[in-house]
Design a protein around this ligand. Structure first.
Ligand code: SF4
Length: 373
């Protein structure tokens, strides 16, 4: 390393960085003492089950460890092996996934289980390349499975690892431009032995010590190798480009209620946002101002629709949705016969349906609005 008096961020970027062996050895020794106990993790020294590793990694995409725990255990109890999961229906999987969000992951999970059974006889492949060819398994997930389940020297860079590497090397280029540099530097630190433990150790280090705010550097096993710490900029890294405001989309949802209180639900097309899940029928979700006339023209049936007061808001990754809810009573059940992929659902059985959070919000808002009328 360079002398601290003359050490600048530019030097840090040019510096080859901590010696791979020294870094990995320290991180592994720290892991042996401080590893997190997680439901999907094999005990020290034991071989990890690829099914558990894969299931947890898919669930953890975009979701916190705390939120995933109970879902992971419930899935494992219901579908103890990848063959069991492959035999489940998509609806059962979507229903069990409810509340985890990003439902494309659940569809991919189901498709991947079937692919593992059909293409690989029920055993996960151990190479990154073959893993990447499975539905819903991207570069990161393939590397994580290869490393954790098969001890391959693969570099799994999640958000936690990204932060540790950016700080260790004092990388000041903002995300996402800095990602290729992080990947390269992360790769050279991966040890040839205990690669699976190392991958989990780096994740734990980022989650428990090198935290986004107030990193606990005094507890860090690589403190004396860390250029970010040395320059006093560790906590500010990785930098991010300024956020652009989330665009807003508008639409109208149509809550049709039968005499006995059942509501009309429709299945969304298999592809796209919330694909394959049940919905309260709605207009397109349009950018810009709400065009009430064109939205009302999208009502699933001709009825005495009345727009209820208030709106339903829901934030997706790439946009915010604001929906008005129009409600109407259906004099006969046959009224909805022409609505494709639809079914009536009694209100007390709504929790048995694969309903995403936004649809639950619409139902709560609409049923309350109708009761208040
Ligand atoms: Fe992160 Fe601090 Fe460790 Fe550097 S010394 S890797 S900033 S915890």
């Amino acid at each position: 390393m360079l002398d601290s008096e003359t050490f600048t961020p530019e030097d840090a970027r040019a510096d080859p960085g901590p010696l791979p062996d020294a870094c990995a050895a320290r991180v592994l020794a720290w892991y042996d003492r401080h590893r997190r106990s997680l439901p999907w993790r094999a005990p020290p020294g034991a071989r990890a089950d690829p099914y558990r590793v894969w299931l947890s990694e898919i669930m953890l995409q975009q979701t916190t460890v705390a939120a995933v725990g109970s879902y992971f255990l419930a899935f494992l109890e219901r579908w103890p092996t990848v063959r069991d999961l492959a035999q489940a229906s998509l609806d059962e999987v979507l229903h069990a996934w409810q509340g985890l969000g990003y439902y494309a992951r659940a569809r991919h999970l189901h498709a991947c289980a079937r692919a593992v059974v059909e293409r690989h006889g029920g055993a996960f492949p151990d190479s990154e390349e073959a893993l990447r060819a499975l539905p819903g398994v991207g570069s990161y997930t393939a590397a994580a499975i290869a490393a954790i389940a098969f001890d391959k020297p693969a570099s799994a860079v999640d958000g936690n690892v990204e932060r540790v590497i950016a700080r260790l090397h004092a990388l000041e280029t903002p995300l996402p431009d800095v990602k290729p540099a992080i990947r390269r530097l992360a790769e050279r630190l991966v040890p040839t032995r205990r690669a699976g433990d190392y991958a989990q150790a780096m994740m734990d280090l980022g989650a428990t010590v090198c935290t986004p705010r107030a990193p606990r550097c005094v507890l860090c096993p690589v403190i004396d190798l860390c250029a970010g710490r040395r320059l006093g900029i560790g906590e500010t890294l990785p930098r991010r480009r300024e956020k652009v405001a989330r665009p807003v989309r508008h639409g109208i949802a149509f809550l049709l209620v039968r005499r006995d209180g059942a509501v009309l639900l429709r299945r969304r097309p298999p592809e796209g946002l919330l694909g394959g899940m049940m919905e309260v029928p709605s207009s397109d979700w349009q950018p810009g101002e709400l065009d009430r006339n064109s939205c009302m023209a999208a009502a699933p049936v001709a009825a005495g629709w009345r727009v209820l007061p208030g709106i339903v808001r829901h934030v997706f990754t790439h946009f915010e949705l604001r929906l008005e809810v129009a409600a109407a009573h259906a004099p006969t059940a046959r009224m909805a016969d022409g609505v494709a992929d639809s079914r009536w659902c009694p209100v007390d059985r709504l929790d048995e349906m694969a309903l995403p959070t936004v649809m639950k919000k619409i139902l709560t808002h609409g049923l309350k609005g109708l009761a208040d009328r």
